[in-house]
Design a protein around this ligand. Structure first.
Ligand code: CA
Length: 223
């Protein structure tokens, strides 16, 4: 199990790193937010211990940006014993928090609990521009208006959102949404995309679903 400690107080980071290594974990530390975020996004850590007050990028922005790409568990450390700060961290996607100063025994207990949980948490809520999709409740809204989607349309939208910004080929879409290989008849994908666009894009100025000529489709903000 590899743990990344992002903490600008070098002594504190070093102490945590050594203590975690003595407890049998592999640990690395980073002393600024930008470098730490880069490491955290590498996908090679099982847990991130994140100090909220950091140079470069603060812990809130850190969690927000990390969560665009990764569901790695985050335990955040806050010096402020303010409920609002903890709530903010948890809402942004942190999994647990500790208020400084804390005992190492307490930290270790939280670390063990987080690592025992399902390491890859499925993302449930997707937001893109004014589109909101709740994958668990199977509900989509745009600009606050409810959008009724068929099961296949929902699955298609969900797939695109899970790969936000990436081009998905027609055959990738076909195999994942219809669970079949449509080597010849990828027209089914185009038809489904057209129906989905009619529901989520046609009435809005900002178009989210893009056709990438000769390649496939992509969902992205800002077109
Ligand atoms: Ca700090």
């Amino acid at each position: 199990m590899r743990i990344l400690i992002v903490e600008d107080e070098i002594k504190a980071a070093q102490y945590l790193k050594e203590a975690l290594m003595q407890s049998g974990y592999q640990a690395e530390s980073s002393h600024d937010g930008i470098d730490g975020l880069f490491l955290a996004q590498s996908g090679t850590f099982d847990l991130i211990i994140l100090d909220v007050m950091l140079p470069g990028i603060d812990g809130w922005s850190f969690i927000g940006r990390l969560r665009e790409r990764s569901q790695v568990p985050v335990l955040f450390l806050t010096a402020k014993d303010a409920v609002a700060d903890r709530v903010k961290g948890l809402e942004l996607g942190a999994d647990d928090y500790l208020v400084k100063p804390f005992s190492y025994a307490e930290l270790l207990a939280r670390v063990r609990t987080l690592l025992r949980r399902n390491p890859v948490r499925q993302q449930e809520i997707f937001e893109l521009a004014d589109l909101q999709v709740d994958a668990l409740k199977r509900r989509a809204t745009r600009g606050g208006q409810r959008i009724d989607l068929t099961n296949k349309e929902f699955a298609l939208l969900h797939l695109l959102l899970q790969h936000k910004g990436e081009v998905m080929s027609r055959s990738q879409i076909a195999s994942q949404v219809w669970d079949m290989n449509f080597d010849s008849d990828t027209n089914v994908v185009d038809v489904a995309i057209r129906r989905l666009r009619a529901k989520i894009d046609d009435d809005f100025t900002v178009k989210l679903i893009q056709t990438v000529r000769g390649m496939g489709y992509r969902i992205e903000d800002g077109f």
